[in-house]
Design a protein around this ligand. Structure first.
Ligand code: C2O
Ligand code: CU
Length: 465
């Protein structure tokens, strides 16, 4: 299964204890969860929604009573959410007031190469750039984040991430929980020093022990005794989340990176590597009002150590009847054409010592080099392997949503049977995937989405011609 290589096993968690932070103490589950606000368009025409975003630094309250300097989209952590609809274009003017070059990438979007945000065309300090998102793709929970060459890891870590929720008729017609019952949970970690300031060190997973959900440390969230849809997004640089409710209560996975699965899958826990999205429905009507249920990370608080907690759900009585449901048929995925080209890709990094470098197929990223040339319109099957022994990687392709065909000798995990753009690659367990390149032509990267790894070179480029 997806987690067999993780070394993590479901286990009972110790009761949460106050954590010592920034010279003070924080009792987990005291800070209320907030949900990123929806960004309002500055203009709407018959075909297009226009948005304006400013990137700037801000001192925000993350730990109660302290201020932490973060990089923001429009002053928020995460930034404000863009809600888009398939077939309606979105144009975002990004103004850079951060004092350093930036670039904005729509993760999971089929975007023209010039708007992908991943090339060498950055937004200079004080400058601006207009990104166009055609949204000629089905619904999906996408997200935006910094992708400035060599600086993506630090910029993402310092806060440049936001949600981009793309809907379509298929999704809108389903009776899933919606409105205030459709809640994004953007998960990440951070290393805060004694003054509550972010500490940035490359590949410093062990010290990033503060967990944030929508920018709040170990929050509590009051839920009615009814169904909720949660859009889980892992915006961490390196941390994996293996999420389980404290009572091991069931979660129904309805979607992944590229939108809904064909059919829901009921699981006791879900795994998210950096960059991945998983959508779940949890039915809190099975709990007595007054019950509190902690969401555990079976891979935390140290990245691969004992169980940690992420947030707590406090159940209150339902107000009104819950008319939502999870249909057995959620969508029909496009058929899988037969691949005509097969390739292998190896992800690897120096495992010991300092001054790490990271590689794809033995090469450190070079933006001037094309690593793979792909014929437009073709379908390819890629076998992605992890050349390390102790460390996981994951694999993200720009431009396309792919399908996972197999994991090791077996089939993909049922939760990764839908459309994906990022997939976990454990040591010793190659992942086979297939993609069709029938939208844009041009140069796009593929990389490990443990972004410290990609910033250290675990990135390559494909050119669709
Ligand atoms: Cu989410 Cu190349 O990135
Ligand atoms: Cu990696």
């Amino acid at each position: 299964s997806l987690v067999e290589r993780s070394g993590a096993a479901p286990a009972a968690a110790a009761p949460p204890v106050p954590v010592r932070l920034a010279g003070g103490t924080l009792t987990p589950f005291t800070v209320p969860l907030t949900v990123p606000q929806t960004l309002r368009p500055v203009l709407r025409t018959a075909t297009t929604d226009y948005y304006s975003v400013t990137m700037h630094r801000r001192r925000l309250e993350i730990l109660p009573g302290t201020r932490t300097e973060v990089y923001t989209y429009n002053g928020d952590l995460p930034g404000p959410t863009i809600r888009a609809t398939s077939g309606r274009r979105v144009v975002v003017r990004q103004r850079n007031r951060l004092g350093m070059p930036t670039a904005v990438h729509l993760h999971g979007g089929a975007t023209a190469p010039g708007d992908d945000g991943s090339g060498t065309a950055t937004i200079p300090p004080g400058g601006e750039r207009v990104y166009t998102y055609p949204n000629q793709q089905p619904h999906a929970t996408l997200w935006m984040h910094d992708h400035t060459h060599h600086m993506e890891a630090e910029h993402l870590y310092r806060g440049l991430a936001s949600l981009y929720l793309l809907s379509d008729r298929t999704e809108a017609a389903l009776p899933l929980p919606r409105g205030q019952f459709d809640v994004p949970l953007v998960l990440r970690d951070a290393h805060l020093d004694a003054d509550a300031q972010l500490v940035w060190n490359m590949d410093d997973a062990d010290n990033r022990t503060t967990l944030l959900v929508n920018g709040r440390p170990w929050p509590r969230f009051e839920v009615q005794a009814r169904r909720y849809r949660f859009r889980l997004v892992n915006s961490s640089n390196l941390r994996f989340f293996l999420l389980q409710l404290a009572d091991a209560g069931e979660m129904t996975v309805i979607g992944s990176d590229g939108g809904l699965l064909e059919a829901p899958v009921t699981v006791p826990y879900v795994l998210l590597s950096p960059g991945e999205r998983v959508e779940i429905v949890v039915d809190f009507s099975r709990y007595q009002p007054g019950t509190s249920v902690v969401l555990h990370n079976l891979m935390g608080p140290g990245p691969f150590e004992q169980v940690g907690s992420v947030m707590r759900f406090d159940v209150v009585p339902a107000r009104g009847r819950d008319r939502s449901s999870v249909p057995q048929k959620l969508r029909t995925l496009p058929p899988l054409p037969t691949p005509t080209v097969r390739r292998t890709v190896e992800l690897r990094m120096d495992e010991f010592g300092t001054g790490h470098q990271a590689y794809i197929d033995g090469k450190v990223f070079d933006p001037a080099r094309i690593d793979t040339t792909i014929a437009w319109g073709s379908t390819e099957e890629w076998t992605v392997t992890n050349g390390n022994v102790f460390m996981p990687h994951n694999f993200h392709m720009h431009l396309v949503q792919f399908r996972v065909l197999g994991r090791g000798d077996g089939p993909p995990d049922p939760t990764e049977s839908g459309l994906k753009d990022t997939v976990v690659v454990w040591p010793g367990q190659p992942v086979r995937l297939q993609a069709t390149f029938d939208t844009w032509r041009g140069v796009y990267p593929y990389h490990c989405h443990m972004v410290d790894h990609s910033a250290m070179g675990m990135m390559a480029q494909m050119k669709i011609v």
